[in-house]
Design a protein around this ligand. Structure first.
Ligand SMILES: Nc1ncnc2c1ncn2[C@@H]1O[C@H](COP(=O)(O)OS(=O)(=O)O)[C@@H](OP(=O)(O)O)[C@H]1O
Length: 473
């Protein structure tokens, strides 16, 4: 080893054995450097001399870890270091907030859409799910922006977090970030989606109850448990309402999870149109992998090699009793819809079926424009028991001769209603159609009593206003 001169500098000329040693050390050092570089290049970077590749940002490396069979997504020009970080080669582009977000739905095919769209040169995607608008909102927009890949002005930043679709606050939060954000929702038959979701949970927690057990609150009554997430997520219309309060429908693109499998190029074509970018991703980008049973990319964005999605995508689903699958959706009961709080007797006046019967309330609006004498009230009850009598009054009100009389009606026992002896159209007897005079569903008499109490003050007000007692009590 070269001894240090008192000044601390190495002597200008070292003795001969030391020089040999130094020479060897230098050769070894150079060799080890070359080796490290070679390993580094093989493990992390891809590309050839024509396309110099850069190190992958950490978030993408994490994404790669998550995705089996996915090589590390790199192969883009090296991104620039964040301001204030250690100097390095200049990396082009800026970290920008996403212009498009795949907001759902879980198990719809969101990973496929993200991996397919990021093949487009005008798209850069965050590989991991940042969960910013649900779990990490408190971290602030800068935190979110920092996760994003660098993009050039011409490129679109995209992220995907499927749980956003069912997060109540997500539409408002995304709107507050940018009202122009384009939203992509991958939807799939909610029954298959629920089974896929359940299969995933089962793979992590093998002790959970059966799918059937979790699906029903009461199986014999067919009451589906809408509080179970696997079911709730599939109630697309319910969740969509929250999004439509902030975004026009034109700003939401729905990808068919089914077509994404049978015709990935077709579905991705529509996604590209929606994003306003050229249709670059086409049939040529896909092949059907028989072993996987799904379409795969011929060249992935990351490695340029053929790539299928990971093992967790396209799992074999658990077998579900076909009877469970054919159960009708859990339409709420009349009782369920009637009350905001049944034990408190609080009737839900926002339900149309209830609100319409508050005649006194609606009549007020009419009386602001028309005198009462210009409005004629037909009793729905008397129209059944005495159609001629009620129609007589209608003719009087219209100022026409009482032509329609008892002679025009007969009681049809099968129908259980009065019918016309001669219809105006055919001259033949005619009852109203099947949709008129249906057998009503049975309602708990206690509910009927509660509703009578509810309507009583409205009815009294109505009788007083119109000067007629319709005797509904
Ligand atoms: N090309 C391709 N390859 C593999 N899998 C594909 C593909 N296209 C769509 N799918 C379907 O994607 C389903 C997983 O959906 P997600 O990616 O949205 O799941 S997750 O919410 O991110 O966990 C996954 O659901 P399962 O089949 O139930 O596993 C697939 O059916």
């Amino acid at each position: 080893m070269a001894r240090r001169a008192p000044s601390g500098r190495a002597p200008a000329v070292a003795p001969a054995p030391s020089r040999r040693l130094a020479g060897r050390v230098l050769v070894l050092f150079t060799l080890s450097l070359s080796c490290s570089y070679l390993c580094y290049s093989l493990l992390c970077c891809c590309g050839g001399p024509a396309a110099p590749r850069a190190r992958c940002p950490p978030a993408r490396a994490a994404a790669a870890k998550k995705l089996l069979q996915q090589s590390r997504p790199c192969g883009r020009p090296a991104p620039a270091p964040p301001a204030g970080s250690a100097p390095g080669p200049a990396r082009p582009g800026t970290k920008r907030l996403p212009r498009a977000i795949v907001v759902g739905v879980k198990k719809g095919g969101t990973r496929a859409v993200l991996e397919f769209i990021r093949v487009h040169p005008e798209v850069r995607a965050l590989g991991t799910e940042p969960h910013f608008f649900d779990r990490n909102y408190h971290r602030g927009l800068e935190w979110y922006r920092n996760l994003m890949p660098r993009t050039l002005d011409s490129q679109i930043t995209v992220e995907k977090t499927p749980s956003y679709f069912v997060t109540k606050e997500a539409p408002r939060r995304i709107f507050n970030m940018s009202r122009d954000t384009k939203l992509i929702v991958v939807v799939r038959n909610p029954v298959t989606r629920a089974i896929s979701d359940y299969t995933q949970t089962l793979s992590k927690k093998p002790d959970i109850p059966t799918f059937e057990g979790l699906t029903f609150r009461n199986r014999s009554l067919g009451l589906v448990d809408t509080s179970w997430n696997a079911i709730r997520i599939g109630m697309y219309a319910v969740h969509l309402e929250s999004w439509l309060q902030y975004f026009p429908l034109s700003q939401i693109h729905f990808v068919s999870g089914e077509k994404l499998i049978t015709d990935p190029a077709g579905e991705m074509g529509k996604v590209q149109d929606f994003l306003g970018i050229k249709r670059v991703i086409t049939d040529k980008h896909f092949y059907f992998n028989k072993t996987k049973g799904f379409p795969c990319l011929k060249k992935s964005e990351s490695s340029g090699l053929p790539r299928c999605l990971g093992k967790s995508k396209g799992r074999t689903h658990v077998q579900i009793d076909p009877e469970t699958l054919s159960k009708k959706p859990d339409i709420p009961t009349f009782e369920g819809l009637t009350f905001r709080n049944r034990s408190l007797g609080l009737v839900d006046t926002s339900w149309n079926a209830i609100r319409i019967g508050m005649y006194a309330v609606h009549l007020e609006s009419w009386l602001q424009y028309f005198p009462l004498s210009q409005i004629h009230f037909v009793s729905g009850e008397k129209l059944i028991t005495d159609p001629a009598g009620e129609m007589g009054k209608v003719q009087d009100f219209l100022g026409i001769k009482r032509v329609i009389t008892d002679k025009h009606f007969y009681f049809n026992k099968t129908k259980g209603f009065p019918c016309l002896k001669k219809s105006e159209s055919s001259g033949l007897p005619r009852c109203l159609g099947k949709s008129k005079g249906r057998t009503h569903v049975q309602i708990d008499p206690e509910v009927i009593e509660q509703l009578r109490d509810f309507y009583r003050p409205y009815n009294i007000k109505f009788y007083e206003t119109v000067g007629q007692d319709f005797r509904w009590e």
